[in-house]
Design a protein around this ligand. Structure first.
Ligand code: MN
Length: 255
């Protein structure tokens, strides 16, 4: 045993019982504190779960939503990221975030990767897809608009606690690869977003192709593929119910 490790274990033994336990867990992994918890999503039809690595989101991908936001219709797809511990699972809650007066929903198809690479050709892209899920790209719209107007990054508008609700993953081996199908979101029982996946400007293979040019994709990556029109504000107590054909439901409450 090297000196550093022995010193650490001695220090751990002198702490209280609770602290000693976490020190023990850390000592087993050789880390200075226990590593962050893995984020695991349920997979339909099996008890095995999907471990999440990174979360990417497509900026604009449905024409009618681009028009409702007053954006340029001819732009190439672009991407932003969220962190995996911002995921909320089916039946969970989103805390109404601080620093906003305009917290909004965006229903989206989520692509779950089983492998990856860089510069993936369009015709090979679907080989890397494990499955699909219903997701919500939660947004501080006022912050996003403010950052856009300053030409600053969107981070504060898109990446915050509870900003990435994601449902059960449905393997492509069971449901196939999705290029069409109804995508809907109801808030408090009233349908607010209602479109079809065939209205995406950039389809799943094209998204994977473009994203893999800027970052290396790997197993465990999730890609939120953009939202159709009908986005709008939420308040505490609202109940969101998202649905995509073949992918079940995603139920999330705002608290
Ligand atoms: Mn979005």
């Amino acid at each position: 045993m090297d000196i550093k490790k022995r010193d650490f274990l001695v220090g751990g033994a002198m702490l209280g019982a609770g602290a000693a336990m976490s020190s023990e867990a850390a000592a087993q992994t050789g880390t200075v504190f226990p590593p962050p918890q893995q984020i695991l999503l349920p997979v339909n039809g099996t008890s095995q779960r999907f471990p999440v690595r990174r979360i990417y989101c497509v900026g604009r991908n449905y024409l009618a939503h681009i028009r409702e936001m007053g954006n340029d219709e001819r732009e190439l797809p672009f991407f932003f990221a969220k962190h995996r511990d911002m995921i909320v699972q089916h039946g969970g809650t989103c805390a109404y975030p601080g620093m906003t007066k305009d917290f909004q929903y965006e229903i989206e198809l989520v692509v779950a990767m089983k492998s990856g690479g860089m510069n993936i050709p369009i015709e090979r892209a679907l080989d890397h897809v494990y499955g699909y899920a219903v997701g919500l790209d939660m947004t501080r719209r006022d912050q996003q608009s403010r950052m856009k107007s300053k030409q600053w990054p969107w981070e504060i508008g898109k990446s915050f606690e509870d900003s990435a609700p994601c449902g059960t993953i449905y393997p492509a081996s069971a449901v196939g690869h999705l290029s069409k199908g109804r995508i809907q979101l109801a808030v408090n029982g009233k349908t607010q977003q209602d479109s079809d996946l065939d209205k995406m400007i950039w389809n799943v293979p094209e998204i994977i192709h473009h994203l893999s040019a800027q970052a290396e994709l790997k197993a465990g990556d999730l890609i939120f593929t953009g939202t159709p029109e009908g986005v709008g504000p939420l308040k505490k107590g609202d109940k969101m119910l998202g649905r995509i054909d073949q992918l079940g439901e995603l139920s999330i409450s705002v608290v």
